[in-house]
Design a protein around this ligand. Structure first.
Ligand code: NAD
Ligand code: GLY
Length: 357
């Protein structure tokens, strides 16, 4: 079992990572002073797989456990679903000290986190992420949100958890495309911050795809370590934390322009390579390093080529993206494998060229 500590100005919390971590949830909750009544927010798929045994374990330890299910799917990240959960929390007499355990992927994490941040002005939050994306990215760092209208993550907060429990065994039941999706964020983390981890991924991608337990633990641990280090330096996302958006400026535009035909991980993978090409053209990155990134993306089973999409729509989607500062597009570029920089100095011409593929 591994542990990453996320140290913030006013508090710190532990991220427990490893196979079988779920079985120790009761102990860690107790050590953090969380007990009595506990609320698990989850969805039917994850509840069926892991909710029953978690509930049993916590109840055995003497806790009163309330399980609240929401249907599966991104559309549940809404104020409407949050409102329904507030009603249920009230009917179960949830108090300010009652922790909410968010058992599931990023959708459950963002929704349950938003509810925890706002119900009674905040109750303790404990993410128990069960997708690779949630274990390496969304459950860490305190961003919680719901969508509003057509806009993703439009209403939210920075609300840090009390602890995070990432059981890497849960990744073994993930539909394979969901594992691949999370790998885009893993590759991103290595590319922006840790060349040694990038080399580890190059050497171990087959073992990740084969769900090797030791390798999965190492991958989640090293990714969580990178995110924790970045968030610790810039909790409120005013500077350095922006590097976590590597591949996402073009990636989000690709998701929109493809009417979400491209998955998030696929779009981020293509976005990372497009930003990599721009980095080379601006003389920041050597072409050999871009080739390594391309090979790793392909090894992970992610697409590397820009799809044939309407250029005008893509450009419009980019300029509507929120990663814009003072009318200029803000992008993350690579200086080398393991080192990134944020700039608003990329010319429209270079961006258009990158979007053409
Ligand atoms: P998801 O939560 O929809 O999960 C993907 C699918 O896998 C779902 O069908 C889910 O039910 C299923 N699932 C989850 N765990 C499983 C398991 N162990 N075995 C089998 N099936 C399982 O998707 P996601 O990719 O985890 O998260 C996407 C969300 O995360 C988006 O809403 C995105 O905006 C958000 N996000 C948030 C942050 C943040 O910092 N807060 C960062 C990145 C992404
Ligand atoms: N997913 C980007 C961040 O947490 O800042």
């Amino acid at each position: 079992m591994k542990r990453v500590s996320l140290k913030l100005d006013r508090n710190r919390y532990d991220i427990h990572i490893g196979p079988g971590a779920l079985g120790q949830a009761g102990r860690w909750l107790e050590e953090s002073g969380l007990g009595g009544k506990l609320v698990i927010i989850t969805n039917p798929i994850v509840n069926e797989l892991y909710g029953g045994s978690l509930k049993q374990q916590l109840a055995k330890g003497g806790a009163e456990v309330v399980v609240l299910e929401v249907p599966d799917g991104e559309e549940q990240k809404s104020l409407e679903t949050a409102g329904r959960l507030y009603h249920e929390l009230t009917s179960h007499h949830v108090e300010r000290t009652t922790p909410i355990l968010a058992l599931g992927g990023g959708v459950i994490g963002d929704l349950a986190g938003f509810v925890a941040a706002t119900y009674l002005r905040g109750v303790p939050l404990v993410p128990i992420p069960t997708t690779l994306l949630a274990q390496v990215d969304s459950s860490l760092g305190g961003k919680v949100a719901v969508n509003h209208g057509q806009l993703k993550n439009q209403v939210g907060a920075f609300y840090q958890p009390r602890l995070v429990i990432s059981d890497t065994d849960t990744l073994k039941t993930l539909p394979p495309p969901e594992l691949t999706n999370g790998l885009a964020e893993v590759i991103k983390s290595a590319a922006i911050r840790d060349s040694g981890f990038f080399a580890y991924l190059e050497a171990n991608m087959e073992r990740i795809k084969a769900l090797d337990g030791g390798v999965l633990e190492e991958v989640v641990f090293r990714s969580a370590h990178i995110k924790a280090e970045v968030v610790a330096k810039d909790e409120k996302d005013t500077g350095l934390r922006g590097i976590l958006n590597y591949g996402h400026t073009i990636g989000h535009a690709l998701e929109t322009a493809s009417d979400f035909g491209l998955g998030h991980g696929e779009a981020v993978a293509i976005g990372m390579l497009a930003a990599g090409r721009i980095s080379c053209q601006m003389g920041l990155l050597q072409s050999g390093e871009l080739d390594r990134l391309k090979r790793l993306v392909e090894k992970a089973g992610l697409p590397a080529r820009m799809p044939a999409l309407d250029l005008a729509r893509l450009t419009a989607a980019m300029t509507h993206d929120k990663k814009i500062s003072g009318g200029k597009i803000r992008m993350v570029l690579l200086k080398s494998i393991g080192s990134a920089a944020i700039t608003d100095q990329v010319s429209g011409e270079l961006i258009e060229q990158a979007l053409r593929g």
